[in-house]
Design a protein. Structure first.
Lengths: 339, 271
């Protein structure tokens, strides 16, 4: 596939994100037509007499725009973490949830949520402890790979670490107050809708700068696809690369897990959707591509989970898993590589 | 830095091995030599004697236990322990035993990665880079494969592409770690011919670890033999055959080295 066709593919994915973003904003208990949303977002003058328009403006700017932004950035961050991990471990099954990194983030977040019942779910303290949790797990895994040079051992270790940390969280719940447990359960179903506007002010810039930093690593990522020895022989500073990768995936996974709960499968599935669509492994295309794909998946999953028109809310995690599992199975069968 | 005309690689009192915590495991013993441009050096020895460790140490991938390795070029000689990974990449390229498995990358994309030391942070290719890629594909006869997906090639084709990538890196030194270990006989002979052709142009020096003593005797200008105790013998292939070093290091039990025929044989042919 030529470079130009890849760029067209990338632009189409970007348009898809924009479309899903608008659909997400127009959906909810109050139907707002797409044209009206465009007007509100573009800051067109709204007559102060029209009560319905003022109400719509309030709904869009205070409720729906934040949640759509949280979904788009959160999904993109999980997807990009997944891509970076798949590249580093050279394993198509790697991802923040599979490797237990999300569980590390989860335990970190749970400790803060459960230990401080006065605190509302969310906020800097949850974010910090969540990032710390994922940092520890990621560093541990990369250490294991360095020592045993076996991706299978690392993948299994990640999976088991995930179970282990999950059990610790379970025990922690037994010793917590009812109020704390309620807010924990609320958090653990996963949702892009609980994030507060103050938290969003930290969340978005943090993720945007992680996206940019990852893009700057795209050449290093390409070299890494040939393996660490080859990357080193072609001038990659593999030590620096490893550390950057630990930091970036931990910050992204940690931030999303803290503020949106554990959201599964986007991290592992989005990179594969993206490779299937763009037919490339070059990271200068894949990184922006996977950011768009992750955003699109999260927006779609969020919209589906609200079951448009029914008033019922499905757990976000079930929706992402239903989209994600067939992809993982397809990867296991290696279907799209053969073509 | 020091002046060292004509030489491309100099090794001074080098000992290799691993340091894990406080335990020290020496692999090869003290060894010094210097090598000029346009040579093939073959590095042979029994299994587990430390061929790969020595190659990786000389290429700067792992640190030596003691001693120094110098790369020279353009009248300048540098101690490789003081060079960054990026600086090393413009002086030596590497071909490993196992071809990588890089997903959906095409052959020309793989070869273009060899230009990494010469391109910007994004890896954007200049006209000069494109020319280097084109030429190095042509040298190994891989041009017709350039749009193929790398993972669909045969092992022989893959190693030729990895050699093209090393050539595109445009370095005076190329280190190859048993590049033909997984190849069938025709592919092995083809690769040997390519390597000899690259040497004959006189610009590049190639260091090759191999199990193939026939290849080493036939194609190399210099031979390094590591024995099972880690001692390194350095000499012309003919001399090392005639003085009995090859026979001493490799013969075991009924299998002996026949100096006249330059090959191994059974002491007594079975009836």
């Amino acid at each position: 596939m030529t470079i130009n066709r890849r760029k067209t593919g990338l632009a189409l994915t970007g348009l898809l994100v924009l479309l899903l973003f608008m659909i997400s904003i127009s959906n909810g208990s109050v139907k707002i037509p797409l044209r009206g949303i465009a007007g509100i977002l573009l800051q067109e003058n709204i007559s102060q007499d029209d009560a319905m328009q003022i109400r719509n403006q309030k709904i869009v700017l205070e409720l729906r725009l934040p949640r759509a932004l949280a979904a788009a950035f959160g999904g993109a961050a999980l997807a990009l973490s997944g891509l970076l991990l798949q590249t580093f471990f050279r394993n198509p099954l790697a991802g923040p949830d599979v490797l237990g990194i999300a569980s590390g983030a989860g335990l970190g977040a749970a400790v803060t949520i459960l230990a401080v019942p006065i605190l509302k779910t969310g906020g800097i303290s949850v974010l910090a402890s969540s990032v710390a949790g994922s940092l520890i797990v990621t560093a541990l895994l990369i250490g294991l790979v360095k020592k045993y040079e076996s991706m299978t051992i690392t993948l299994l270790a990640g999976l088991l670490t995930g179970y282990f940390l999950h059990s610790l969280t379970g025990i922690l719940i037994r010793f917590s107050s009812n109020q704390a447990v309620r807010s924990y359960i609320n958090w653990s179903a996963g949702s892009f809708r609980n994030i507060s506007r103050e938290d969003l002010g930290i969340f978005l810039p943090l993720l945007a700068s992680s996206f940019l930093a990852s893009f700057l690593l795209s050449k290093q990522c390409d070299l890494y696809l040939l393996g660490e020895d080859y990357a080193l022989s072609m001038g990659s500073d593999t030590r620096k690369f490893r550390i950057s990768l630990i930091l970036l995936t931990s910050v992204m996974t940690g931030a999303v897990t803290a503020l949106c709960g554990p959201v599964s499968f986007i991290g592992i599935a989005a990179p594969h959707f993206c490779r299937m669509a763009l037919k490339t492994d070059r990271h200068s295309i894949l990184i922006p591509g996977v950011i768009f794909t992750g955003a699109a998946l999260a927006l779609a999953a969020d919209t589906i989970s609200a079951l448009p028109g029914s008033g019922i809310m499905l757990p976000l995690n079930s929706v992402t898993a239903i989209i994600g599992t067939p992809v993982v199975i397809k990867v296991l069968l290696k279907g799209y590589y053969e073509r | 830095m020091k002046d060292n005309k004509g030489m491309i690689l100099e090794i001074s009192n080098l000992a290799t091995g691993y340091k894990t915590g406080k335990t020290l495991r020496q692999v090869t013993r003290l060894f010094s030599t210097s090598i000029s441009k346009g040579k093939i050096i073959s590095l042979i020895g029994p299994n587990g004697c430390g061929k790969t460790t020595l190659l990786k140490t000389i290429s700067g991938m792992i640190k030596p236990l003691s001693g120094t390795v110098f790369y020279s070029g353009g009248g300048i000689t540098d101690d490789i322990s003081k060079m960054s990974s990026a600086e090393l990449a413009s002086r030596r390229a590497l071909v490993l035993t196992k071809p990588p498995e890089p997903g959906m990358m095409s052959v020309s994309e793989i070869v273009s990665l060899g230009r990494a030391p010469h391109t910007n942070w994004k890896g954007k290719l200049s006209e000069k880079d494109k020319e280097a890629i084109h030429n190095s594909l042509a040298i190994t006869g891989s041009s017709p494969l350039s749009e193929r997906i790398f993972r669909t090639l045969s092992d022989g084709e893959k190693q030729k592409v990895m050699l093209s990538r090393a050539l595109a890196q445009d370095t005076p030194l190329i280190f190859l770690d048993e590049p033909a270990a997984f190849l069938d006989l025709p592919s092995r002979m083809e690769l040997a011919g390519l390597l000899a052709g690259i040497r004959d142009k006189g610009e590049k020096t190639l260091l090759i670890t191999t199990h193939d003593i026939d290849f080493a005797l036939k194609y190399s200008d210099i031979m390094w033999i590591i024995d099972s105790k880690g001692a390194v013998y350095d000499g012309l292939p003919d001399n090392l055959a005639l003085d009995g070093t090859i026979g001493r290091v490799f013969s075991r039990g009924e299998i002996i080295f026949n100096i006249e025929k330059r090959q191994f044989e059974h002491k007594k042919l079975p009836d």
